[in-house]
Design a protein around this ligand. Structure first.
Ligand code: NDP
Length: 334
């Protein structure tokens, strides 16, 4: 196992470094600020595979000409409950920042609203969007696809992306319940980090290039990942493909893989975000009902709720320990 050299960075320093590098890469102020905020919040919450670790990929995809650094997302509300966001070939954080308040407003009026994002590049976690909705008293559901790196159950060939799915529900009087997970056994970023740090992978994470199960991250990176939970996870990954590509009209993972230039950043794809208002739909006192459910669930031995780890990390406003080699790589991009 390799020993990591770590450097302390305050959240402000993390934001400023990300912002400076994205500005240097050609982003306008709005895009640089949206990406830096996403990266800083990921480090703040301990979502390290979507923090500074992603900056070289963000920059690489601008340098290769794939992503438009100063894209100005366009929003069309085609029905009272339907918002269509065209990311204009830019990164997702600004498209989300622009669309989410309108999505929340629509759901508060209609009970349920949906937002599709197309022509955009998603390189982050999904909890920022679903958690935002839960903080407005709404249920949030979001999913996106990627390039093929996961074999459907029974196959040995990559077809799905790691296809994350996030769901958030307001937890009255407490921080929202939020899960955000890749539908692969492990997210690819975690496999890359395991390779970098010399860690072995859990069983059932992936197959090597010859199609044999392997716990060596370097071998799995040459082969394919597997869905979580066998055929059940494979079904959820299929659902994600259909929601974020079948519904939005943007790329399925296989299509994204065929058109991507493999510059190390994300592929162009769609995202679907759904917001539901329990206030407008429930036939009872949903707040008391839900609070009772979470209280009873948390009373069980050995339980923690999804999202709690991040929310606990967030209370620590002190410095975060960042891989020193990563910081050097990021400075070399300036
Ligand atoms: P994890 O397996 O680390 O966690 C998945 C979820 O389970 C989290 O919500 C986590 O909550 C929760 N959880 C973990 N342990 C427990 C536990 N013991 N009890 C209850 N809940 C628990 O996430 P993944 O590695 O699958 O995904 C990591 C990130 O990668 C996600 O944010 C995802 O959006 C992102 N991703 C993005 C992609 C993209 O294309 N943009 C592609 C693939 C993944 P908590 O956060 O509190 O730990």
């Amino acid at each position: 196992m390799s020993v990591q050299n770590l450097t302390d960075m305050s959240l402000d320093e993390i934001y400023k470094l990300a912002h400076k590098v994205m500005r240097a890469a050609g982003c306008d102020e709005a895009n640089a600020a949206a990406i830096a905020d996403t990266v800083m919040r990921a480090e703040r919450d301990g979502s390290t595979s979507h923090g500074l670790f992603r900056i070289p990929g963000y920059v690489g995809s601008i340098k290769s000409g794939k992503v438009t650094a100063d894209a100005n997302p366009k929003i069309a509300q085609t029905l009272p409950s339907v918002l269509k966001v065209d990311g204009q070939m830019g990164y997702a954080p600004l498209a989300l920042q622009a669309g989410l308040p309108q999505l929340a407003e629509a759901a508060h009026k209609t009970g349920i609203a949906v937002m599709s994002i197309v022509n955009s590049f998603h390189f982050a976690a999904l909890w920022p969007e679903t958690e935002y909705l839960a903080e407005q008293g709404l249920v949030g559901l979001a999913c996106t696809a990627f390039k093929p790196s996961v074999a459907p159950f029974g196959a040995k060939q990559a077809f799905f992306g790691t296809n994350p799915l996030s769901f958030a529900f307001p937890n009255p009087g407490s921080s929202p319940y939020v899960f955000d997970m890749a539908t692969s056994r492990l997210a690819k970023g975690d496999v890359q980090i395991a390779a970098r740090d010399g860690h072995e992978l859990p069983a059932d994470t992936g197959l090597d290039a010859a199609g044999n199960p392997s716990t060596d991250p370097n071998e799995v990176l040459k082969g394919v990942l597997l869905p979580f939970g066998g055929y059940k996870g494979s079904a959820i990954a299929t659902m994600v493909e259909l929601l974020c590509a079948g519904v939005t009209g943007d790329n399925f993972s296989v299509e994204a893989g065929r058109e991507d230039n493999n510059d190390g950043g994300p592929a162009k794809g769609g995202e679907l975000v759904i917001a539901i208002s329990p206030e407008l739909i429930s036939s009872g006192d949903w707040k008391a009902h839900v609070a009772g459910f979470f209280t009873e669930m948390k009373g069980l031995d050995g339980i923690r709720l999804a999202g709690e780890r991040r929310h606990k990390n967030r209370l620590d406003t002190g410095p975060r320990q960042i891989n020193t080699a990563l910081i050097e790589t990021i400075y070399s991009l300036l």
